[in-house]
Design a protein around this ligand. Structure first.
Ligand SMILES: Cc1cc2nc3c(=O)[nH]c(=O)nc-3n(C[C@H](O)[C@H](O)[C@H](O)COP(=O)(O)OP(=O)(O)OC[C@H]3O[C@@H](n4cnc5c(N)ncnc54)[C@H](O)[C@@H]3O)c2cc1C
Length: 371
């Protein structure tokens, strides 16, 4: 295949979406909810056949061998078309990124093409009841026993756990080491004996998360990704990609803001609502400009985008509901939006944690005192 410029590729993506977007499920964002899995998988297969999955992955793993800029162009066009750009973000963005950076050739061979084809669908097994923001405090144990690890413990808030056959797992392998130095990162088959997945229900009434329990699970030792006890750095690289991916949702922002200003059409807005709306619109433009400057590559600055966009989406949901009036308190899309919006401020690292990262790593403020 000859070189294709980002502009040419973007035109190709736009034309393809113009002809195919009607086959897409509704735009579910980063994680496909359980009730849309069949449609999400069918959409992914269509995307893949057309060459829009693994855009910047090496061709030897079934990718297209293009650049992160080409990938960002695809995401931009999906946002404009209002369709999901990916079925399994945890697989294509987080696991794929970790495998390309830290995987052995055998691990890359085993998983990358299978992830593109959705033969392997991934979930993220990081958070625990006692370890969310302070992920370094995790207590799920993986003890070495010959050519395997024995895993015991519990994870929580696992999006898509029920329909995933693989997980990326962070577990403690050296309980005597300082907390960040005793963690390892594993590629974890979800169907091993001793794994139990239990759905949780959230306040929207939906059930997108699972608790995952491990009881003496025997995990083959070659499922370790990166160095033994060196899983913290692997996990942090993964989370930076997650924030970067969330940050790219800015490209759909303009459409959202257009929809917002239309909401005001035909209404007699008071000065306060007008002010709130104008403030959201100008914030949205500022984030868009910032994202354009940042470019598509995830970095620490991704925290700025993650914080800005998710806070703005929360304020937008609140304003939408206020403009819709008291009925929005009862049922329907505005009520749903209000109940769903807080999750965005928590997933992938809470807003408070993003502020700490920005303060310490971007602004050079003193580090937060250790409790
Ligand atoms: C939609 C959604 C999807 C998710 N999907 C997954 C998934 O697939 N896999 C997975 O492993 N996890 C997932 N999570 C979990 C998510 O990563 C955690 O909820 C998040 O990291 C926060 O952890 P916590 O819930 O334990 O809250 P805590 O860490 O207990 O925080 C409670 C409160 O204290 C504040 N806080 C904590 N520490 C500090 C600090 N140092 N400074 C200032 N304030 C602080 C927080 O901001 C928050 O307001 C998901 C969460 C959501 C909402």
């Amino acid at each position: 295949m000859g070189e294709i410029t980002v502009d040419e590729f973007q035109r190709e993506a736009r034309d393809w979406l113009g002809a195919n977007a009607t086959h897409a499920p509704r735009d579910y964002g980063a994680i496909c909810p359980p009730d849309l899995v069949e449609r999400g998988l069918a959409w992914h297969r269509r995307i893949r056949e057309a060459g829009f999955a693994g855009i910047h992955w090496p061709t030897r793993y079934g990718g297209r061998g293009l650049t992160a800029e080409h990938n960002a162009a695809w995401q931009f066009e999906c946002a404009v078309a209002g369709v999901p750009s990916v079925f399994n973000m945890v697989g294509l963005v987080l696991t794929g990124g970790a495998l390309l950076k830290f995987g052995t050739p055998e691990q890359q061979q085993q998983h990358l093409a299978a992830t593109l084809s959705t033969e392997h669908v991934w979930c993220q097994l990081f958070s625990e009841p006692g370890a969310g923001s302070d992920l370094g405090g995790l207590s799920t144990r993986a003890e070495r026993d010959g050519d395997r690890f024995i895993v015991n413990g519990q994870k929580v808030w696992c999006s898509g756990g029920r329909y995933s056959n693989w997980g990326i797992l962070m577990a403690r392998t050296d309980p005597d080491a300082p907390k960040h130095e005793g963690i390892s990162f594993f590629l974890f088959p979800m169907h091993l004996p001793g794994v139990e997945v239990r759905p949780l229900r959230q306040m929207t009434g939906e059930s997108e998360f699972d608790e995952v329990f491990f009881a003496d699970v025997e995990l083959p030792a070659d499922h370790l990704l990166g160095p033994l006890h060196g899983g913290w750095n692997v996990g942090m690289a993964v989370l930076t990609s997650e924030r970067g991916h969330i940050g790219t949702s800015v490209i759909g922002l303009e459409r959202r803001l257009e929809a917002m200003s239309k909401l005001a059409e035909g209404r007699d807005l008071g000065a306060v609502e007008r002010d709130r709306l104008a403030s959201l619109l100008s914030k949205g433009s500022a984030y868009k400009a910032m994202a354009q400057r940042q470019g598509p590559i995830a970095s620490t600055a991704a925290s700025l985008m993650k914080l800005g966009i998710t806070e703005m989406m929360f304020d937008t949901a609140e304003l939408r509901a206020d403009l819709a009036g008291p009925s929005a308190m009862l049922d329907g899309p505005d009520a749903f939006g209000m109940l769903q919006a807080p999750g965005g401020r928590i997933a992938g690292g809470t807003s408070q944690v993003q502020r700490n990262i920005i303060g310490e790593r971007l602004l050079g403020l003193p580090r937060e005192p250790k409790g």
